[in-house]
Design a protein around this ligand. Structure first.
Ligand code: AMP
Length: 133
């Protein structure tokens, strides 16, 4: 059975897209730790990040960097924190989280809630920054 993220890539489940390339896709985390919390994923479904083949792994890391630069341009923050957890969704993904302090990337904290309009506005501005780079 396809992962929820493969369904997102195929448009079977909606997402707030912020960037895409031939091999990767990025969208807002639906339960964010911060405004602009993004997940970057390879289009090819592989559960564990370190089982991803070298070529796609390299693509994903460079893609994550470019998405992080786009987030940083439009979301005020000290820097973009990076985390790989993968205990919930078995499709490799990189969390990109705007942070100002260590606790901003603490996954045990309560998640934030934004309206659909706010999420769409955030996604749109990251997408614009990504595409104009
Ligand atoms: P983990 O696998 O532990 O890295 O966590 C998976 C992450 O995916 C969590 O932060 C969820 O909020 C996020 N997530 C799960 N389903 C969706 C979805 N449909 N759209 C966006 N983010 C999701």
């Amino acid at each position: 059975m396809s992962s929820i993220f493969t369904k997102i890539i195929h448009g079977e489940i909606p997402s707030y897209k912020v960037a895409e390339t031939d091999s990767c896709y990025a969208f807002l985390d639906i339960n964010p730790l911060a405004e602009g919390h993004v997940l970057a994923i390879p289009r090819k479904e592989v559960d564990y990040l370190f089982d991803v083949d070298d070529s796609i792994y390299s693509d994903l890391m460079l893609f994550s960097k470019n998405v992080a630069l786009a987030i940083r341009k439009v979301i005020p923050c000290e820097r973009i924190g990076v985390a790989v957890i993968g205990l919930e969704v078995p499709h490799a993904h990189v969390h990109l989280i705007p942070i100002n302090a260590i606790h901003d990337i603490d996954f045990s904290r309560p998640k934030l809630s934004f309206s659909e309009l706010e999420l769409q506005a955030t996604a749109d501005k990251i997408l614009e920054a990504f595409e104009s780079a």
